[in-house]
Design a protein around this ligand. Structure first.
Ligand SMILES: *Cc1c(COP(=O)(O)O)cnc(C)c1O
Length: 226
């Protein structure tokens, strides 16, 4: 199936609040353009410079979402145009994003990345650290960022009930934070979870963004890239 057909297929599966992010990391401009020509506007990248280069080369109505681990010295490359940063995992990173947002005279929307899988290779805040961040004095001073919800990456596993438990947990934490900290904030409304292998469960458990890469664009070849 072509990229175009896959984009159309996936978008037909979206219902309610769920939106498809096409994760184009490591893939060439032509692939992104093909997805764009099929109507896709939301794209996800996990490297700041790669995202900046694609932003410069491609149509300006693409909405770029950053989904990877973000180094503070790279924020400046994406701050002018990024629509949503899914992967905020520390108060320091948020403070630096706020600084770059001020320089660009804008507000940058962010999600807090929560460590739902507890695998060593994954980033993210544990529940208590996320609470601490949201209750901190420093956080209350950051006027050029908005926390719009939570993001999580499920375990790499064939055990569907484990994955479902992780997504349920993220949704519960979202509800808890909504009530406690964001009751009056309409913008706190997003739950980013689900990838090629587990997006169906994520949709059932209330994902508002799913992030699909390899099953749209094909397997990634990291070896020749690096
Ligand atoms: C690469 C990546 C995805 C997409 O993964 P696929 O398994 O290729 O669909 C989703 N989310 C994050 C955070 C990623 O880094």
């Amino acid at each position: 199936m072509s990229i175009k057909d896959k984009i159309i297929n996936y978008n037909n599966k979206m219902k309610g609040n769920t939106k498809l992010i096409a994760v184009s990391k490591t893939k060439p401009i032509e692939n992104v353009q093909e997805a764009y020509d099929a109507g896709q506007r939301l794209f996800g990248e996990n490297k700041a410079l790669e995202m900046r280069d694609k932003y410069l080369a491609l149509p300006k109505d693409i909405r770029w979402h950053f989904i990877g681990h973000l180094q503070t010295n790279k924020i400046k490359y994406i701050a002018p145009f990024v629509e949503l940063i899914h992967s905020v995992d520390s108060l320091n990173l948020l403070t630096q994003i706020n600084k770059e947002a001020i320089k660009n005279n804008r507000v940058i929307d962010c999600l807090l990345q929560i460590d739902i899988a507890h695998e060593e290779t994954k980033f993210g805040l544990d529940d208590d650290s996320a609470k601490e961040l949201l209750e901190s004095e420093e956080f209350s001073q950051l006027k050029n960022i908005r926390i719009c919800g939570l993001m999580g990456i499920g375990s790499i596993t064939d055990d569907k009930s484990k994955t479902r438990q992780e997504f349920k947990h993220l949704k519960e934490l979202f509800n808890c934070f909504k009530e406690k900290y964001f009751a009056d904030c309409d913008y706190f409304s997003e739950i980013s979870m689900g990838m090629s292998d587990d997006f169906e469960i994520a949709i059932e458990e209330g994902a508002t963004y799913i992030r699909i890469g390899s099953s749209i664009f094909g397997a990634r070849d990291y070896v020749s890239k690096n």
